[in-house]
Design a protein around this ligand. Structure first.
Ligand SMILES: C[S@@+](CC[C@H](N)C(=O)[O-])C[C@H]1O[C@@H](n2cnc3c(N)ncnc32)[C@H](O)[C@@H]1O
Length: 219
C-alpha cells in the first residue's frame, strides 16, 4: 500500500506526528519565527490574570512559556503538554535556563495526558492534529474551570481566490500536520464546546485565531 500523506490521511496520525516533530525539534524555533506575532496576539486573547493556571496544549519547545509566565507571574502555573520527547526536551531546557519553578511538563498525547490541575485557560497554538481529535479536546476541557478562556490558532484554507495564500498553507501544512482534514474550519470541533466564540484571521485568511469560553453543560 502506498504510504499516506497529510493530503490523503483522513484523520491525524499520532505516530506520524511523533516522527514529524522528532525530525523538526532541532530547527523548530527558527522555523516558527515568522509566526511569532500570532503567538503574541493569541496569548493576549487568553486574558490571563496573575496567579492563573494555563494549559499550553502541544507546547512543543515551549516558545509560549515566556509570555505566559510574564502574564501569570510567579504565583501562577503553566502546564505544558507535549507528546514528542525531543520537542519537550527543548522545552525543559528553556524552563531550566530561566529557572521557572511553576512550569510543569507532561510528556503524553493530549488525549491521555494526566493533568493535575484545574486551569483558568488553555492555549492550542498551531496544534491542528490535536484540534481534530475529539478525545484530546475532551481531556483538555475536562481540566478547565467553568468560564476558562480557550484560544486556538493555526493554518486554515483561505478563500479559493486567495490561491497564493492557499499555496503557502498547503506547503506549511504538509510539513506541520498529519492530516488536512478540517483545514477549512480547524476550530469547529473545539468551538462546539465553547461559548462566546470569536474568530479572527491573518495572512489573507490563511491563519486563524479562535477564542471562546468553556462553560460545562451543567452550568
Ligand atoms: C506546530 S507544533 C506547535 C508547538 C507549540 N504550540 C508552539 O507554539 O510552537 C505542534 C506540536 O504539537 C505536538 N503534537 C502533535 N500531536 C500531538 C498530540 N496528539 N498530543 C500532544 N502533542 C501533540 C507536536 O509534537 C508539536 O510539538
Amino acid at each position: 500500500m502506498a504510504s499516506q500523506t497529510p493530503a490523503t490521511r483522513r484523520a491525524p496520525d499520532r505516530s506520524a506526528a511523533l516522527a514529524q516533530y522528532r525530525r523538526r525539534a532541532a530547527t523548530y524555533d527558527r522555523e516558527l519565527a515568522i509566526f511569532e506575532p500570532i503567538r503574541t496576539e493569541a496569548i493576549a486573547s487568553l486574558q490571563l490574570q496573575r496567579g492563573d493556571t494555563v494549559l499550553d496544549v502541544g507546547c512543543g519547545t515551549g516558545l509560549s512559556f515566556e509570555q505566559l509566565h510574564d502574564r501569570i507571574g510567579k504565583g501562577g502555573h503553566v502546564v505544558g503538554i507535549e507528546q514528542c520527547p525531543e520537542m519537550l526536551a527543548k522545552a525543559r531546557e528553556r524552563v531550566e535556563q530561566n529557572r521557572w519553578r511553576n512550569v510543569d511538563l507532561v510528556c503524553a498525547p493530549a488525549a491521555a495526558a494526566v493533568i493535575e490541575k484545574q486551569a483558568d485557560a488553555a492555549l492550542f497554538h498551531f496544534t491542528h492534529d490535536i484540534l481534530r481529535e475529539d478525545a484530546a479536546i475532551a481531556n483538555v476541557l475536562s481540566h478547565l474551570k467553568p468560564g476558562a478562556r480557550v484560544v486556538a490558532t493555526g493554518l486554515q484554507w483561505a478563500s479559493p481566490w486567495a490561491w497564493p495564500t492557499n499555496g503557502f498553507v498547503m506547503l506549511a501544512a504538509m510539513y506541520s500536520v498529519t492530516s488536512f482534514e478540517g483545514l477549512g474550519l480547524p476550530w469547529n470541533k473545539l468551538a462546539q464546546r465553547l461559548r462566546e466564540v470569536d474568530v479572527e484571521h491573518a495572512l489573507m485568511g490563511g491563519i486563524y485565531i479562535a477564542s471562546g469560553r468553556y462553560v460545562p453543560d451543567s452550568h
